[in-house]
Write a protein that binds this ligand. Structure first.
Ligand SMILES: [Zn+2]
Ligand SMILES: [Zn+2]
Length: 273
């Protein structure tokens, strides 16, 4: 099983997950042109996609979803309340998958789980491959529920939100109601909260890769998200976690079961703040 980040952040999200036979997208929150070129670059013909798994109805997760589903006859998958909140979803191939239910696509088994966010019925996804690998994606959540922690523990690749630095939100330009939303239980995860989760995960000694995802453009930088996680993880001697930061507007990280294909260096001048 492999995963690739096509885009990640508050201006658009899409993760490609596939094995030799089957491929799915988690969210399609960028335009259809960018999605199509990202897929082709990754060697996937959009018509071969089995499903687009939607986490929630915010624009940064669904911008290209209905058009992708219509143009390439791809199945749009989410829970009933979320699909009901996506304009046009009823007119394209779609399937209702409620939190806790399982859907099998070839050798991939897909299960949504609830997260805590100000949308109708927001979810993360756990995707298991018959080869034994597990990918867990949880973004857009204001808090780490016990269930999110449990799902995260099963992951070989964990894609977890590291949205903002609390200090940057507090002293930043957003109006107060927006600051309260971001920092609240129905908003987004901070760098510190995510870093503490990673420290807990490191205790298990299990080898895994973690992508820090859904970074805010205004209230975070890739370098800051990475250094916060690294600093916290350094409290655990011999951590077996490999870290990457998913970039906002361009395809960035790749993961392949068994080894890391490509790890961006945050200290390369090519990586923007
Ligand atoms: Zn989002
Ligand atoms: Zn959202």
């Amino acid at each position: 099983m492999t995963a690739q980040s096509l885009a990640s952040g508050s201006s658009g999200n899409s993760i490609l997950v596939r094995n030799e036979r089957d491929s799915v997208l988690i969210d399609a929150g960028i335009g259809i042109k960018k999605l199509t070129s990202g897929l082709l670059q990754a060697g996937v013909n959009p018509t071969d996609l089995s499903a687009i798994l939607i986490t929630h109805e915010h624009g940064d997760h669904i911008t290209g979803a209905v058009r992708m589903a219509r143009r390439y006859r791809v199945l749009l998958v989410s829970n009933a309340p979320t699909l009901a909140n996506i304009s046009g979803a009823g007119s394209v191939p779609h399937k209702i998958l409620e939190p806790g239910e399982e859907m099998v696509v070839g050798s991939l088994s897909i299960r949504p789980f609830p997260v805590s966010h100000d949308a109708t019925c927001p979810v993360g996804y756990t995707i298991k491959c018959s080869s034994g690998a597990t990918i867990v994606s949880a973004t857009d959540t204001g808090k780490l529920t016990p269930q999110i922690r449990n799902e995260a523990e099963t992951a070989d690749l964990l894609i977890i939100e590291s949205n903002h630095d609390v200090g940057m939100v507090v002293s930043g330009p957003y109006p107060w109601h927006l600051k309260r939303r971001i920092l609240g239980d129905w908003g987004h995860l901070s760098n510190d909260t995510t870093a503490r989760l990673l420290l807990d995960l490191a205790e298990s000694g299990r080898k895994r890769t973690v992508w820090l995802a859904h970074l805010s453009k205004t209230n975070n930088t890739p370098r800051l998200a990475m250094s916060t996680a690294q600093k916290t993880l350094s409290q655990h001697i011999g951590s077996t976690i490999t870290l990457g930061v998913a970039l906002r507007d361009i395809p960035s990280l790749n993961w392949q079961q068994g080894h890391t294909l490509f790890q961006l260096s945050l200290f390369s001048p090519a990586v923007p703040d």
